[in-house]
Design a binder for this molecule. Structure first.
Ligand code: ZN
Length: 149
């Protein structure tokens, strides 16, 4: 009896965590044709944190077809792209000191995966957010909208 109570106490928090992880996470793919497979990500308002996993499904090296996932306010996007390109390949095309970046993964090459978890309290329901790849020239195609709903 003691044992089964203990098991229950261990399993219950675990299962609720798994459930929450499903609800507050998404996977987005980038490929060798310079495309994301999603142009919109909806973050449930009930999530305290949200995780985005980026998978590079292609084969090309990060130096020629690198992809990352960068989230900013829509109004900040162009300036962040500029600072990212200046930062260069060695920095993964992201200026880490740029505090306009809300969340970002590493720059990936083909076959690689990275994820980022961010605090959703930074997001406001009435503001548009945009995500994009900051590799030079990619953001005009590899972009999407993130909303809280
Ligand atoms: Zn890219």
């Amino acid at each position: 009896m003691k044992w089964s109570l203990l098991t229950l106490a261990v399993l219950l928090p675990l299962s609720s965590q798994l459930w929450a992880a499903d609800d507050c996470a998404t996977t987005i793919e980038g490929n060798d044709a310079m495309q994301f497979n999603l142009n919109r990500i909806a973050v449930p308002a009930s999530c305290d944190e949200f995780t985005v996993e980026l998978k590079h499904t292609g084969k090309l090296d990060r130096s020629v077809m690198g992809h990352n996932w960068v989230l900013t306010e829509k109004a900040d996007k162009d300036a962040v792209v500029e600072s990212a390109v200046k930062a260069g390949l060695d920095e993964g095309y992201l200026d880490e000191s740029d505090d306009r970046v809300i969340a970002a993964t590493k720059l990936l090459g083909g076959g690689e995966t990275d994820s980022v978890t961010f605090d959703t309290s930074q997001l406001q329901n009435d503001k548009p957010y945009e995500y994009f790849c900051s590799f030079p020239g990619h953001e005009s195609v590899m972009r999407g909208t993130l909303i809280v709903e």
